[in-house]
Design a protein around this ligand. Structure first.
Ligand SMILES: Cc1cc2nc3c(=O)[nH]c(=O)nc-3n(C[C@H](O)[C@H](O)[C@H](O)COP(=O)(O)OP(=O)(O)OC[C@H]3O[C@@H](n4cnc5c(N)ncnc54)[C@H](O)[C@@H]3O)c2cc1C
Length: 540
């Protein structure tokens, strides 16, 4: 059993994998410790096929958790949610992490998204500007294989790219093309092709091109979508050691408050200690702050990296509201990836001083399952039922509004009194989306959604309740980044202010959410952390 390594990376999700590979490429010795099991794509596809119909829309249902590595799962409350809104991220504790079931949507931040405090007087500014992160976005797009539009008129953000996408964007489905035209002609809004971590038209990274299964969530059956599990064999070929089914439960400090070791339980509940020189905790925005709090010791009685009392605070996501309506004319959605286009320009403007920005996406999920249920409940049978299913499949649209959210210290992850299978405290999160978001829903996004629905000829639009939000499962904020150690947990390299050799990269470090899906930004920050770690290891 490995008992020491130069670099220890905890977590084999996209963030941990990218850092591990960067370190391996620089000639460092890397040990990766992963809580969950290592599974094959065929097994997940088989799990999905065997699900009862009612469970298929549940993104985690194909990923039953291991006893020792519980994650949020239908019928198993790993995470306690308190507060006025429900906090329900559905991450996966398997080797490869949550990109197994992500959609792959990859919007960059805009320069404005990173300067909310100085531009609009709300939230926090980032510790660096857009020009600083731009090269790391380029690296991310190449590493994950992100396809996107070549034409600047179709790109988001506007006029900021320093390199083209490595692959052209995927074609829009018939319904998406029509929606794009209607938005442009009737509302003057740009519905642009999504940048997404999915191979378009050609193999990339030893993975095939997307063949439009429309099953990206919960699993791409052919591996055309990037997920971190696809990189693990390559990391081993480059020399990484990967320990699966190994749950890190304590990070140990030594002289000078440097990290000296991590402790993990194997699947038999036997404890092991592994020493190292450089430590990366990449367990995601819930499990990383949880581990920091669980690791409290005499030097750090409030938990590791927590002299600022900010560990677990400022938890953020993209609260969202959905609108499902029927049109008169047929649209026919459902060919291609499940998310393939979006309206991002509604996410920018001086109104952000007052209320949250919003991004609208027309989901391209094939809707036949919901629709068949709806048609059958109308009492129709035989040919009439068949015709009703066809009509609704062609005319049923689902548009989602995803909001930005401000960092609020009261939105806080703490350790629950409830224990998991290993006897470790479960995470508990107080969750309130806040008035900034509620105002946006009432005054900005609901009226905009109504205009969108009217433009496409919806016959049954209903506004969303400005009180009810679901989460987008984009976990951010709990180990927030900043230049000031008194008010933040990590610095611009995702290195903790309190422990010189401890990095906490990922969504937890993000200082603002903007509206677009955030994994591309987490990965860009992972590259920044990896560069800093390598220079530290090489004594540069
Ligand atoms: C349904 C769904 C759709 C999504 N779609 C998108 C999208 O389209 N675009 C987008 O940008 N984002 C999307 N996301 C979010 C995206 O999946 C995450 O942002 C991303 O996977 C986070 O990567 P990570 O490496 O930080 O964490 P994870 O992928 O969660 O990986 C963390 C790893 O750490 C391991 N781990 C955890 N605790 C321990 C421990 N104590 N010891 C050892 N190992 C541990 C886990 O097992 C896991 O392997 C989606 C999420 C969901 C749920």
């Amino acid at each position: 059993m490995t008992s020491s390594s130069q670099v220890i990376v905890v977590g084999t999700g996209v963030v941990g994998s990218v850092i591990a590979e960067h370190c391996l490429d620089a000639g460092l010795e890397v040990l990766m410790i992963e809580a969950g099991p290592r599974v094959s794509r065929a097994q997940i596809v088989e799990n999905y096929r065997n699900l009862p119909l009612g469970a298929k829309p549940d993104a985690t249902a194909s990923y039953p958790p291991a006893d020792w590595a519980p994650h949020p799962f239908h019928g198993l409350e790993h995470l306690e949610s308190t507060g006025p809104n429900k906090y329900d991220p559905t991450y996966i504790r398997y080797a490869g992490g949550s990109t197994w079931h992500w959609a792959g949507t990859s919007w960059r931040l805009t320069p404005e998204d990173m300067q909310l405090r100085s531009r609009y007087g709300v939230g926090r500014d980032w510790a660096f500007d857009y020009e600083t992160i731009d090269p790391y976005y380029n690296m991310t797009e190449r590493k994950l294989g992100i396809c996107g539009p070549a034409d600047p008129a179709d790109q988001w953000p506007v006029r900021t790219r320093s390199m083209p996408y490595p692959m052209p964007h995927l074609p829009l489905s018939q319904g998406e093309r029509k929606f794009t035209e209607v938005m442009r002609d009737k509302l003057g809004l740009r519905n642009v092709p999504v940048a997404q971590a999915r191979n378009s038209g050609m193999p990339y990274d030893d993975r095939p091109a997307c063949c439009a299964n429309n099953n990206c969530v919960p699993v791409c059956p052919v591996g055309a979508k990037y997920d971190a599990a696809t990189s693990l064999n390559r990391l081993e070929a480059k020399g990484a050691t990967i320990l699966e089914n190994s749950v890190v439960y304590r990070v140990e400090t030594g002289e000078g408050n440097r990290i000296v070791a991590v402790h993990y339980y194997d699947r038999d509940k036997t404890s092991h200690r592994v020493t190292g020189e450089h430590f990366v905790i990449a367990c995601n925005g819930v499990e990383t702050p949880r581990l920091m709090l669980m690791s409290a010791d005499d030097r750090n009685p409030n938990g590791l990296a927590n002299s600022s009392d900010q560990v677990g605070r400022n938890m953020m996501d993209h609260p969202q509201q959905g609108y499902t309506f029927t049109t008169v004319e047929p649209y026919w959605l459902g060919a291609g990836p499940v998310v393939n286009s979006g309206i991002m320009e509604t996410s920018q403007g001086d109104f952000r001083a007052d209320h949250a920005a919003v991004y609208f996406r027309l989901n391209n999920f094939a809707r036949n399952r919901d629709i068949a249920k709806r048609a059958m409940s109308s009492g129709k049978v035989g040919r009439a039922l068949d015709e009703e299913i066809r009509r609704l499949t062609a005319t049923s649209l689902n548009v989602v509004a995803a909001f930005e959210m401000l960092p609020d210290p009261n939105n806080r992850l703490t350790l629950s009194a409830q224990k998991d299978w290993l006897g470790l405290p479960r995470p508990s999160v107080y969750w309130d989306v806040g008035d900034y978001v509620r105002r946006s829903s009432a005054e900005y996004s609901n009226p905009l959604a109504q205009r969108i629905a009217e433009a496409v000829g919806a016959t049954d639009f209903k506004p969303a309740s400005p009180e009810k939000f679901s989460t987008s499962k984009h976990i951010m904020g709990g180990t927030i980044m900043g230049n000031d150690p008194a008010t933040s947990v990590v610095d611009r390299h995702s290195r903790t202010h309190d422990h010189a050799n401890l990095y906490l990269p990922g969504g937890g470090a993000m200082a603002s959410t903007a509206c677009g899906n955030s994994t591309i930004t987490m990965t860009a920050m992972a590259f920044m952390a990896a560069e800093a770690l390598v220079s530290e290891a090489k004594g540069a």
